[in-house]
Write a protein that binds this ligand. Structure first.
Ligand SMILES: Cc1ncc(COP(=O)(O)O)c(C=O)c1O
Length: 484
């Protein structure tokens, strides 16, 4: 077992708790098992008995373990001992116009209300981000390069930042240089640039089902049609289905979040990414890959990106630092392959990106703290996802299914039969909790029985209580359904 990091930023007892939660999650410790004694764990981890006691106290409050008199602590059994993951989706297989509606705006508005627990948007807690270091970098560039920092930075964007992004991308095994990178205002603009560069109104865009709702809204705004492709909770977009659909419909582009999909959390194996790139190359169809969660893997290895297999320049890779550094800095990028000129032209007319945050992020990356920060962040997200998953399994009624993501920080929850996610969204908001109802993630308003939960928030009593309240509400709705 790893020894905890005494200089880590999280409290020691939290780190100890994290190790025990990981053991429960990977089933090294099973319901009914005795957890290591206070003395044993304190010796093994080289921390005080009091620290382990504090850790166990928190885990008991959070429902992971229970104390038995004169006997020690035991892993609590759960109603759904290991909840199943949702089944492969079965979307409607004709291209559709998209009408997302106003729910997204309501979720965004709720997120900023101070007394609402924001489980509705996929957003990290600011406490997890290197706020001081970024602000120091911002102050340094404003001081040392005051004239440059208020000047325009023309597309493709700040050269050092592009070099840093190219360096990190090349380390995944992709042939990418600084001139292949175009800086954008977050991944949202990167996706918008990519879509507009490859398709026009009326074109059919194949997307995963469910799909990230801003992509659906973008397809709506651009007057394109969405073709939903079924998705597996573990391995992502179903490529056999996609291949069949390519023969049935004039698909103009495919959009995928292959690494830790939002909302499903699936990870497309690298071999499947290679197959996808080859398949699309045969049809000469561009692939827009959104890799915003790629750096947030829970396992040891960072998954590769489809770009690594792209010999034809047909892959447009989009990403940003919004989930890892600073969503408000709005630093994203697109690596558009053969569409670089088209993307640059669009970027010039859609608006240049702000200079100070480009300089500050370049400075932060160059100073070398990013990988260390990512290691801590990954372990925090993994812990938060495990805790939230466990709590949902305890608090929600039987029949609930929950994804088991291997990275990122969202959970996709299938509610028991008859429980409506939209109704739950409204009731939860009245109780001060925002969630994302499943209907947002489909142009055909499918997924009424689903919700997406954000586990990017620091796990604390308020988040834990919010999950319990959601559980109560789902029980109520399920009971109402049973008596209806
Ligand atoms: C899959 C996915 N792509 C893109 C974005 C938007 O990222 P940004 O804030 O960098 O525009 C998000 C944000 O939640 C996301 O989840």
């Amino acid at each position: 077992m790893a020894v905890v990091d005494p200089v880590g930023e999280r409290f020691l007892y939290d780190q100890v708790g994290q190790l025990v939660v990981a053991m429960i999650d990977n089933q090294t410790l099973q319901p009914g098992d005795r957890v290591p004694s206070l003395r044993k764990l304190s010796r093994q981890l080289q921390v005080s008995v009091t620290t382990v006691m504090q850790a166990y106290g928190r885990l008991e409050e959070q429902g992971f373990i229970e104390a038995r008199p004169q006997s020690g602590y035991y892993v609590r059994s759960r109603p759904a001992a290991d909840p199943q993951v949702p089944r492969k989706t079965r979307p409607y297989s004709e291209p559709r116009p998209v009408a997302v509606g106003d729910t997204v705006a309501a979720i965004l508005a709720a997120t900023k209300q101070p007394d609402v627990v924001p489980l509705g948007i996929a957003n990290p807690s600011p406490e997890l981000l290197p706020v001081k270091a970024l602000n120091r970098a911002l102050a340094r560039v404003a001081g040392e390069r005051s004239l440059t920092s208020i000047d325009y930075t023309f597309p493709p964007g700040h050269a050092e930042l592009r070099r840093q992004i190219a360096y990190r991308t090349a380390a995944l095994g992709c042939e990418v240089g600084p001139d292949d990178v175009v800086i954008a205002n977050g991944c949202t603009e990167a996706l918008s640039l990519a879509l507009s560069a490859v398709a026009k109104p009326g074109d059919v865009i194949a997307v995963e089902s469910p799909a990230y709702f801003f992509v659906l809204e973008m397809i709506e705004r651009l007057g394109m049609l969405a073709l939903e492709i079924c998705t597996d909770a573990e391995t992502g977009m179903c490529l056999d289905t996609l291949e069949r659909e390519l023969d049935r419909h004039p698909v103009r582009a495919v959009v995928t979040v292959a690494n830790f999909h939002n909302p499903v959390g699936s990870l497309m194996p690298d071999a499947a990414k290679q197959r996808l790139v080859r398949m699309l190359a045969e049809y000469q169809i561009p692939l827009i890959e959104d890799d915003i969660f790629g750096d947030l893997h829970f396992g040891d290895a960072r998954p590769r990106i489809a770009k690594c297999y792209d010999d034809d320049g047909l892959v447009l890779t989009c990403s940003s630092f919004s989930k890892t550094l600073a969503p408000g800095f709005r630093i994203g990028w697109v690596i558009p392959g053969r569409y670089t000129d088209a993307v640059l032209k669009l970027k010039r007319t859609m608006g240049f990106s702000a200079t100070p945050t480009q300089l500050a992020v370049a400075e932060f990356l160059r100073s070398g703290g990013y990988d260390r920060h990512l290691r801590r962040l990954r372990s925090a997200y993994r812990d938060q996802v495990q805790r939230m998953r466990y709590r949902v399994a305890q608090a929600f009624p039987e029949g609930t299914r929950i994804t088991r993501p291997q990275g990122g920080f969202v959970l996709w929850v299938e509610l028991p039969a008859g429980v409506d996610g939209m109704e739950l969204f409204e009731r939860a908001l009245r109780r001060g909790i925002s969630i994302a109802p499943g209907t947002l993630f489909s142009p055909t308003q499918k997924y009424r029985r689903f919700i997406r939960l954000n586990a990017g928030m620091l796990w604390n009593d308020a988040v834990c209580a919010a999950v319990d309240t959601l559980g109560e509400l789902v029980h109520e709705l399920a009971a109402g359904q049973a008596t209806a």
